[in-house]
Design a protein around this ligand. Structure first.
Ligand code: HEM
Length: 100
């Protein structure tokens, strides 16, 4: 199994807008080969931002990489990042191999 996470630092006060973007998104994950599960996670609050992570579970790394090169990925990200004023910097991607 492979877990892909992208962490977003969202300006204080913009949490509802960020969550709305995700809630209203036109998802293209259903039916993508090797895709297992998706969650949007809200994490700890710091003085100036709230941490979120998009968390997706895949059968293995190859399926995940194939998705990042797919039309489904391109479509899902056509408008990603357009609400620039809510983000503190770029999201931070981390991929994990499941060990146990
Ligand atoms: C390899 C890196 C990335 C991974 C693993 C990833 C993961 C995901 C996943 C799983 C979704 C849901 C797709 C769907 O439902 O069809 C998504 C959508 C989204 N991603 Fe990414 N993403 C990546 C890069 C980025 C970058 C660089 C940004 C920042 C600009 C970003 C911002 C977003 C946003 C805002 C959405 C919601 C879609 C919308 O705007 O309607 N992602 N991402």
């Amino acid at each position: 199994m492979f877990i892909a996470m992208n962490r977003f630092r969202i300006n204080k006060g913009s949490e509802a807008e960020f969550e709305r973007i995700w809630a209203r998104r036109d998802s293209h994950l259903e039916g993508v080969p090797g895709f297992e599960e998706f969650n949007l996670l809200r994490g700890p609050e710091a003085d100036d931002h709230t941490l979120y992570a998009s968390h997706s579970v895949w059968k293995n790394k190859q399926y995940f990489e194939d998705w990042t090169n797919s039309e489904a990925f391109r479509k899902a990200h056509a408008n990603a990042g357009s609400a620039k004023n809510i983000y503190q910097g770029h999201p931070m991607f981390e991929g994990f191999e499941v060990v146990l």
